[in-house]
Design a protein around this ligand. Sequence first.
Ligand code: IPE
Ligand code: IPE
Ligand code: MG
Ligand code: MG
Ligand code: MG
Length: 314
Amino acid sequence: VLLTILDEDLDSYLTRTRERVEAGLESSLELVANAPARLQEAMRYSLLAPGKRLRPLLVLMSAEACGGTVGGAMPAACAVEMVHAYSLIHDDLPAMDNDDLRRGLPTCHRRFDEATAILAGDALLTLAFEVLAEHYSPITAAACCRELARSAGACGMVGGQIEDLASESGRTDKAPVSRPNGELLTLENIHARKTGALFRAALRLGAWAAQGEKAGGPEPELFTALDEYGRCFGQAFQITDDLLDVEGHAEQTGKRVQKDASRGKLTYPGLVGPSASRALASQLCEEARSALRSLGRAAERLAALTELMVERNR
Ligand code: IPE
Ligand code: IPE
Ligand code: MG
Ligand code: MG
Ligand code: MG
């Protein structure tokens, strides 16, 4: 059965599984059915907007690679997408990147207002943890909450976001950043936090959803492989995001382009140029794939995803 499943081509697997993610997101919003209408509307607007759903897909593919099922990992997949959607709403706010277009639609604060956008973000972030607590047994829920909180918090995504802002030239509210090891290493660290941490959490939650009930939890070797894959995947993903800002088109990416340079953001294309950035991204994909070797055929889809991720145009 496993072989037959793996023989399905990646595109059709992704289409089919994305549809299940959309349904999962829709049903997880039932938990806030009694919330104030405008807040619900803003949460739905941003969460259900047409994103690529890469993080939930990683949760599900990781769970499958660890012997679990899509159904069993769906709450974890939805939780990670909620944290991601919150991070996008806040990232777009005037005090941060000040963007007006997201996923091909007006950003949340443009469509509603700033206060509603801030609160919709807060509500999606907290809902993520409610979903985990609601759907998993205490040990698995606690482990998933810990991973997700760590990756989204001050040492992860939020920490990376403040460093990203601090790296902008000419910001008057610059937080102090020490750069003892040069700008490339600084940039690698910013990416690891602001983007990499959530990818790593996605993969780890997949492992917990699949093997959380085993005595002692998932095998440590799984985490070693998934963490290394996530590190490389996350770096390559953000390099590609930065390249799309330089070379992409808003009609395809669904967000404004050519904004990073004008804001003076620290990016790979800005530091080493587009072609060296592309070379680095494909080298990182190779490293991501080799990190999965110990997992064998079960991780083939995760391995194949790296190429699609760097070749994307949105
Ligand atoms: C965009 O993430 C934000 C970054 C971390 C660079 P995605 O490119 O995955 O955005 P969606 O979810 O498809 O909209
Ligand atoms: C955002 O990075 C990372 C987040 C944690 C949301 P960017 O600021 O480069 O993402 P886009 O380009 O606005 O999607
Ligand atoms: Mg940003
Ligand atoms: Mg941004
Ligand atoms: Mg960007």
